[in-house]
Ligand binder design. Structure first.
Ligand code: ASP
Length: 438
């Protein structure tokens, strides 16, 4: 049995929704479907962004802005040949709550209405994610409870459509994942119903060896492992929400990225790392590198202090300052008397306050902040236990006259992180891609 998820572009027009129906109907195994809200279409914004505008309006004006959302759904409902008043009760309920509704409630209604509409159109049951996908206080997603509740609820249905992106907390408040979070719901549903595969239909063919906007001859990856995917998705390859891997990883369910608008493409399979390493999947790749991805706009805080290495707790004290400011740390390359902390860009006030806090905490000899760092991840199981990959990367950057500002390799040996100036980012991607011919 398969769980399938359709992204916003797939749900954006009457034609695309017809294609979605054909895809579902072409395989009886496609029994559990998760949907995003309608995405961008000619002359139309993303539904979730339209709903964010509803929230931003003065409470008394929200109804007016919501009428645009309503109009778009009515156009889809009519175009699909469904009863014109199909969503009237839902509209009325939402309108009744608009004036004092939370942001999460309002933006989640795109998925809710879309799932209701699709369920009717394909003749599946609608099963709400509210009460099934569970969040604890502070928007903390509760995976174990969700697994139980979803399995319990979905076993009553042979075929169902579930809205992505949201769930609820124990007080019945709607809570959403971060943007793009319907991918996570798809993974949750796949695990709950014991799917053999989680098919994620989107508007691109899959993961590429490098960003095709920078490296035009980048190729489609046929297979990536869960671990490689985590690194790539985190570093900006944004085909799939980086957290969608966790629910399926627990159950060893592969994810298959497919393109609703190019069904001839083989897509990308994201497979359990152990199965891949045991040779269970055939893979065309020859390079030790699977893919290269990167992101701009990181900061790096450098500090040194003589005899730093003998000062027990030094690194912890520095990191505790980041924790106090709620800044998540990306990398911490360190030397004997120096260390660097790499983190995503923050505003000037926070950066200055952070520097003061670190000075007070550990009294460094020197401290300096660099603000234009881009990070590039070279990812691949093939480089594990194979000497020379980092050396090749460094020497290629030096031949291209690109200054390497940081290098970090974790013990997992499936990725090497290189830091370069923002200005050198694209040239570095092209150079590294040329070196490894990924
Ligand atoms: N509709 C939400 C968004 O635009 C969630 C999703 O599509 O996954 O982010």
């Amino acid at each position: 049995m398969k769980a399938v998820k359709f992204g916003g572009t797939s749900m954006s027009t009457v034609e695309s929704i017809r294609t979605v129906k054909n895809i579902i109907m072409s395989e009886p195994e496609r029994r559990f479907v998760v949907v995003s809200a309608p995405g961008k279409a000619p002359g139309e914004n993303k539904m979730t962004d339209m709903l964010a505008e509803v929230y931003k309006a003065e409470p008394s004006k929200r109804g007016e802005v919501f009428s645009l959302v309503k109009a778009r759904f009515i156009t889809l409902v009519n175009g699909l040949g469904l009863k014109e008043n199909l969503l009237d009760d839902e509209f009325a309920e939402i309108e009744g709550r608009l004036s004092n509704a939370s942001y999460d409630y309002i933006v989640s209604r795109g998925e809710y209405l879309c799932a209701k509409m699709l369920a009717e159109y394909i003749g599946y049951d609608f099963v709400d994610a509210e009460g099934m996908v569970v969040f604890r206080s502070g928007s903390f997603y509760d995976d174990e409870c969700t697994e139980r509740r979803c399995a319990e609820a979905l076993k009553k249905y042979g075929r169902a459509v579930v809205p992505g992106f949201y769930g609820s907390d124990p007080n019945g408040n709607i809570v959403t994942f971060s943007r793009g979070g319907s991918d996570i719901t798809g993974a949750i549903v796949a695990r709950a119903v014991g799917a053999s595969v989680y098919e994620n239909f989107t508007d691109v063919d899959g993961f590429m060896t490098c960003d095709p906007r920078t490296v035009p001859h980048a190729a489609l990856l046929d297979i990536v492992t869960y671990d490689e995917l985590r690194e790539l998705a985190y570093m900006g390859a944004n085909v799939l929400h980086p957290e969608s891997i966790f629910p399926v990883r627990k159950a060893n369910i592969p994810i298959h990225i497919l393109n609703t608008f190019n069904l001839g493409s083989i897509g990308t399979k994201i497979v359990p790392t152990d199965d891949f390493l045991a040779g269970k999947y055939e893979c065309k790749r020859r390079s030790p590198i699977t893919a290269i991805a990167g992101k701009r706009d990181f900061y790096s805080l450098y500090l040194d202090k003589t005899m730093m290495n003998t000062e027990v707790g030094f690194i912890r004290k520095v990191l505790s300052c980041f924790e106090r400011f709620g800044i998540s740390v990306e990398h911490v390359p360190s030397g004997i008397d120096s260390m660097t902390v790499v983190f995503s860009a923050v505003d000037d006030n926070t950066a200055n306050a952070l520097i003061d806090a670190v000075k007070t905490e550990v009294n460094p000899d020197h401290i300096s902040l660099t603000t234009d760092i881009a990070l590039i991840a070279i990812v691949g199981h093939g480089m594990k236990s194979r000497p020379g990959t980092a050396a090749r990367a460094i020497s290629r950057l030096s031949t291209a006259n690109i200054n390497l500002r940081m290098i970090d390799q974790g013990a997992s040996e499936i990725n090497i992180i290189l830091g370069v100036s923002n200005a050198d980012f694209e040239r570095a991607l092209v150079a590294l891609n040329g070196e490894f011919e990924v």
